[in-house]
Each structure stands twice: as C-alpha cells, then as structure tokens.
Design a protein around this ligand. Sequence first.
Ligand code: SAM
Length: 175
Amino acid sequence: MKIEVLRIGQRLVRDDRVTTHVALVSRAFGASKILMQEVNPEIKKTVSDVNRTWGGNFEVEIIDNWKKVLKSKKSSFKIVHLTMYGENIDSVVNKLRQEEQVLIVVGAEKVPREVYDLADYNVAVGNQPHSEISALAILLDRVLQGRQFLKKHKNAQKEIVPSKQGKKVIDKTID
Ligand code: SAM
C-alpha cells in the first residue's frame, strides 16, 4: 500500500517542531512521502539526515499550492482527511486497508470546507480535538497494524538492536 501525507495550513507563527514531528511520524509509521508548503528548509535537511543515518527513501516535497496538489492526486489516490468531525476510525479502517494508494490530509489550523468535500474519507480519531501528530500516528498504525515497525532499511548506516537496558546500535558502515 502506498501512503503519502499532505499537511495543509501551516500556522502564521511557524511551528517547526510540530511540522518536523509530522514528517518524522509519517516516515517512521510507514508513509513514503510528505507534501508541505512554506516550511523551513531546515526540516527537509533534518529528514534527509535521518534517512542517511537510519535508512529508507522517505521524501519531503515542498509545494506551492495544496489545492492543486489535492485535486491532481485525487485521480490516483484515495483522499483520507483526518478531522475530529469525521467518521469513527473503527468504522472505516477495514475499507482503508484495502486501498492501494492513499493520501492522508492533516491540518495545522482551521481546515477549509473544500477539503471535507474533496475527501473520499473524513476520519476521526475520537471526536475530541487533539493533534495532527497523534491522529496521523494512530491512523497509520491502525491501517498498517504494526507491520511498519518490522521494516528494515538496507541503506541504513545504523541499526538498533532492541534491548532491555541501554542502547545497542550496529554501525553498518564498518565491516
Ligand atoms: N480546530 C481545527 C479544525 O477545526 O480543523 C483543528 C486543528 S488541529 C490542532 C490540527 C489537525 O489535527 C486537524 O486539522 C486534524 O487533521 C488533526 N486532528 C485533531 N484532532 C483530531 C481528531 N480527533 N481526529 C482526527 N484528526 C484530528
């Protein structure tokens, strides 16, 4: 299943930490790309540093116009908009698991009505307001059912050996 994430509506006061976390969660929880507008170029660098060390080919695409992107993706992707006003995640997750290509849309501030109308699924992770980071993580985990955490990246420089105590890391650049 191919999953991409579109983050719309960067806040007026830029919140780089949240934006970085949305990108890192997308990467670590199984999406292959994030599309965002008006972001600090440092965020792209942070993600590429993470890719270099921990592997994978997760992409960050900086876009100019999210409406254009959404409309053009709609021909090949199912649009899944995360909103507290949507259908309960439990009632749509089985259908979502059967989709081949999914674009998950998350907001940062008030999301325009158009997104609700363009979405194939408006999905709520509970009906209380919380955060795009948590909503995204839970949706990805429910859809992929933990398989995303078993993935190993061949091009990683470092790999963690899960351990009860301490930190065990294999440096794959040394033979
Ligand atoms: N008040 C804003 C609105 O009306 O859209 C909510 C902004 S919230 C800080 C940022 C994003 O988090 C939302 O656009 C949505 O994608 C996500 N989000 C927050 N709570 C959610 C929930 N209960 N279920 C699904 N997504 C949620």
